[in-house]
Design a protein around this ligand. Structure first.
Ligand code: FCB
Length: 475
């Protein structure tokens, strides 16, 4: 098997607006749900907020120069909705659009292809006050915002992503409440899921009308790889139930124009789904140019009880984004989550590259002919500078190496993978974990905001330069 990737394969890194930009009150930006949430006592580790984050808003040129230095050929970032359209409706604010136009121009000047995510979890607070994602109008607002950004940047940005991980928006935001807006209403979470689907469909249509024909539209799903604790039929049924709630609830409507067959019955005690209107499924199922997959780890589930596992102690999401007394899985109290065996990253997520293989081959079947992008993959490690100031992160190099070798193997088995975006370019605000978890290939000293490429960044630069997986250096 070759460790060489095809020419033109995109070597990217990913970030998101609230996690890196800072400058939360500049240029007319108004609060998003993450500003409100992070400023609410007890919601984030250490009370950390994205007020300053890594100050990318003011250091954008330096950051793009760093990307160029690392030989990246693509960069995935997100637009802060409330920077561009502060109230979530009406005309765009020029200053907000200008920031992203400058960023995109800077990227293009350095030969880096921009990949723009329209929504990475930072709903304008005004729209949450009007009901948030459980309200149908939010989907229409999103399509309007997509059209504004598409009209402003469609000439320069070829890669578009509507939503990042709608599962997290719906179920961590409205069911377990570990993400903004922190609500714990299972029925609202299912409504949110539907309206996120609708938002994706309507935004895709709006973008098609606004963008030049060559531009490509995708969505980034954190589709979970769910494994049964045993081959027992009850455990297989638990897998099926969680798979519908984690995956089919989004890819079903988006790719096939239908919700999974059992989903409505499974969640009947929670909601009657009467918020799904005639024509919605047709509006959601829009032709896409690629499917983005974010992958970190696998999940292990069983039927609850027999082995004494307590579903409430389960990870707050299939790949563990924080614990809550409220389950993020509406109607799935009969399922227990278990820690998959094996070594873990600093997030506590088990390292399992084989899950990425399974995921890529699953979507090769699920969406025949649709190119795949890995829009996020990476690991949090306990990084810190050595005595000479350099930062060595052999564990991250090992993680990246093994996952990329798996990607190559999946490609040989038929997966049409076009690019890879490492999460993340640099250390940043890791949501409810604050600044305590470092995912960056570039180290950020939070006292001075100085950036130092870690050894993984150099390793990745070599890969981007040659297209061939470098060996993992001996520790
Ligand atoms: C994903 C998010 C990203 C980051 C990584 C670690 O779920 O999209 O912003 O938090 O996890």
């Amino acid at each position: 098997m070759s460790d060489r990737f095809p020419p033109g394969f995109l070597w990217g890194a990913a970030t998101s607006a609230y996690q890196i930009e800072g400058a939360v009150a500049e240029g007319g930006r108004t609060p998003s749900i993450w500003d409100t949430f992070s400023h609410t006592p007890g919601r984030t580790d250490g009370g950390d907020t994205g007020d300053v984050a890594v100050d990318h808003y003011h250091r954008m040129r330096e950051d793009v120069a760093l990307m160029a230095d690392l030989g990246l050929t693509a960069y995935r970032f997100s637009v802060s909705w409330s920077r561009v359209q502060p109230t979530g409706r009406g005309p765009a604010v020029q200053l907000g659009l200008d920031f992203y136009r400058r960023l995109v121009d800077e990227l293009l000047d350095h030969g880096i292809q921009p990949a723009l995510t329209l929504y990475h979890w930072d709903l304008p607070q005004e729209l949450e006050d009007a009901g948030g994602w459980p309200a149908r109008d939010t989907a229409h607002r999103f399509a309007e915002y997509a059209a504004l950004v598409g009209a402003a940047l469609g000439d320069r940005v070829e890669h578009w992503i509507t939503l990042n991980e709608p599962w997290c928006s719906a179920f961590l935001g409205y069911a377990s409440g570990v993400h903004a807006p922190g609500r714990t209403e299972p029925a609202a979470a299912l409504r949110a899921a539907h309206h996120l689907n609708l938002a994706h469909g309507e935004a895709t249509s709006a973008l098609r009308a606004a963008l030049p024909a060559r531009d490509q539209i995708a969505v980034s799903l954190n589709s979970a790889v769910i494994r049964p604790l045993s081959p027992d039929p009850a455990d297989l049924a638990a897998v099926r139930r969680i798979d519908d709630l984690a995956n089919g609830i989004f890819h079903g409507p988006m790719l096939h124009g239908a919700y999974p067959a059992n989903l409505f019955a499974d969640t009947a005690p929670v909601t009657d789904w009467s918020f799904v209107q005639d024509g919605d499924l047709r509006a959601i199922q829009q032709p896409l140019d690629a499917l983005g997959l974010n992958y970190y780890t696998t999940s292990l589930v069983s039927a609850a009880d027999p082995r004494g596992a307590d579903p409430r102690r389960a990870d707050a999401r299939a790949d563990g984004h924080g614990a809550s007394a409220h389950s993020p899985w509406p109607g799935a109290a009969s399922v227990a989550f278990h820690q998959p065996p094996g070594e873990r990253t600093a997030m506590g997520w088990t390292i399992d590259p084989s899950g990425l293989y399974d995921l890529l081959l699953r979507y090769t079947k699920e969406a025949p002919g649709l190119p795949l992008l890995i829009t996020e993959n990476g690991a949090a490690c306990e990084d810190g500078p050595g005595p000479d100031g350099s930062v060595h992160d052999p564990d991250r190099i090992g993680y990246l190496h093994d996952h990329l070798a798996t990607v190559r193997r999946a490609m040989e088995a038929g997966a049409d993978v076009r690019g890879y975006y490492l999460w993340s370019l640099m250390d940043n605000f890791e949501w409810s974990f604050g600044y305590g978890k470092r995912f960056g290939a570039v180290y950020v000293d939070y006292a001075t905001l100085a950036r130092t490429p870690k050894s993984s960044a150099r390793w990745y630069a070599e890969l981007a330069r040659t297209g061939e997986l470098p060996l993992v250096p001996k520790a």
